[in-house]
Ligand binder design. Structure first.
Ligand SMILES: *[C@@H]1O[C@H](CO)[C@@H](O)[C@H](O)[C@H]1NC(C)=O
Ligand SMILES: *[C@@H]1O[C@H](CO)[C@@H](O)[C@H](O)[C@H]1NC(C)=O
Ligand SMILES: *[C@@H]1O[C@H](CO)[C@@H](O)[C@H](O)[C@H]1NC(C)=O
Ligand SMILES: *[C@@H]1O[C@H](CO)[C@@H](O)[C@H](O)[C@H]1NC(C)=O
Length: 366
């Protein structure tokens, strides 16, 4: 019964990409919400990698009917297949924007993995092309960027609590990553090929968290960068002072590979302090602490579920947009391409300032 309803009503999707993140995150998380959509195909450049992901999807994640597509012909099949409403683009950073745009041109909604693009000039061109595709498209075509942090329950809770600390005085974002040779992404060639190395690829998550928490934009930055761990692409750490639109300033410190992993945002206000830090309580998640004006404090734990929540929001957007044919449809703002673009712009300014020994750099506006 449910199966029959699913056949007709739900959007059909394809995944472009068959790498580590598809196999370890997309497939299991999509499996949790498999009643909301139909997985029609998985595509990769090579037959071997597409077949490996399809095999996992069929055997372990209950997507028995997923097709295996590869190479230029496979991609063309997906473009031509009018029954595919949406695609997830989970490819090497450098090729994502071009492929996303070709899918949008073919009338498909796109959820593209972060980073939105590798630099602000690519972002500008991309947004221009998107605008012209929208002008020709009937209804609304969604271009979302998947960064998942804007959907993490811990960060969402902080956004809800931030007003209670009163006027913002200082912000700290401290990231000590664990990108060493044990990490599955350590050897990823395209991540090493980015200007900014892992700082851009990983950093967009933490900037997304920062922007969401403070509820305003970063205007300018001044940074020092260095290259200490020579097994990593340069730079591998950055210390940046940033200035917010609301007049408050703060620091962003990121070490790509440390012995003591830490992920922390802390906002000090006139009436209290709000802190969110990655932690473990039987499962991975965020500890949210609110310190009040009278010295009292309260800490709550929120397990991770950002990837699932984000995929759900995208599929919901696709369903609504198809149903309402674009008329009264408003896409989830936390997923919009522009949000992803703003995260890249902040990091680009931070890296640029680092390359110029701390000179003040203004963040490009999107
Ligand atoms: C901050 O504290 C002051 C003084 O106690 C109070 O008047 C004000 O309403 C508080 N603001 C917020 C946002 O809680
Ligand atoms: C590295 O970047 C260059 C320029 O953006 C690109 O042409 C090349 O394909 C990239 N190589 C890898 C392995 O991603
Ligand atoms: C970069 O990280 C290393 C190792 O944690 C540290 O010794 C160094 O001071 C850092 N440099 C900057 C500029 O943050
Ligand atoms: C990489 O970092 C993790 C987390 O700190 C640690 O458990 C692991 O031993 C490290 N691996 C290497 C090869 O240093």
């Amino acid at each position: 019964m449910a199966g029959a309803r699913k056949e007709e009503g739900v959007p059909q999707m394809a995944i472009l990409g068959a790498g580590i993140f598809v196999k370890s995150q997309y497939l299991p998380r999509l499996c949790e919400i498999a009643h909301l959509f139909d997985l029609k195909a998985i595509w990769s450049r090579t037959q071997e990698s597409a077949a490996a992901a399809v095999d996992i999807a069929r055997k372990h994640f209950h997507f028995p009917r997923v097709d295996c597509k590869w190479g230029d012909n496979g991609l063309e099949d997906i473009i031509q297949d009018g029954s595919i409403h949406a695609v997830a683009v989970v490819l090497a950073g450098h090729s994502q924007v071009d492929i996303s745009l070709s899918m949008l041109k073919a009338g498909k909604h796109v959820l593209q993995e972060k980073p939105a693009a590798s630099c602000t000039s690519e972002l500008e061109t991309a947004l221009c092309s998107y605008k012209s595709i929208l002008a020709d498209a009937p209804g609304h075509l969604i271009w979302s960027v998947a960064e998942n942090y804007r959907f993490e329950p811990g960060l969402v809770e902080c956004k809800r609590l931030i007003a209670s600390i009163g006027k913002m005085m200082s912000v700290q974002v401290i990231i000590e990553g664990s990108m060493n040779s044990s990490n599955p992404y350590f050897s990823s060639s395209w991540r090493r090929n980015f200007t900014g190395g892992f700082i851009l690829d990983m950093g967009v998550h933490f900037i997304a968290g920062l922007r969401m928490l403070v509820g305003c934009e970063v205007v300018s930055v001044s940074s020092m960068t260095s290259h200490v761990d020579l097994t990593l692409p340069p730079p591998d750490n950055i210390s940046s002072v940033f200035h917010l639109e609301n007049g408050c300033s703060g620091v962003f410190v990121m070490v790509v590979s440390s012995r003591s992993p830490k992920t922390l945002w802390r906002v000090v206000g006139l009436n209290g302090t709000l802190q969110v830090e990655r932690g473990f309580q039987g499962q991975h998640g965020y500890l949210v602490s609110l310190y009040g004006a009278e010295g009292q404090s309260k800490t709550s734990f929120f397990p991770f579920s950002g990837v699932t929540e984000e995929l759900k929001a995208f599929i919901n957007d696709v369903s609504e947009s198809t149903l309402k044919k674009g008329s009264h449809f408003v896409a989830e703002p936390r997923l919009s391409f522009v949000e992803g673009a703003r995260d890249v712009a902040v990091l680009e300014a931070m890296l640029e300032s680092g390359a110029r020994q701390g000179e003040l750099v203004h963040v490009k506006k999107f």
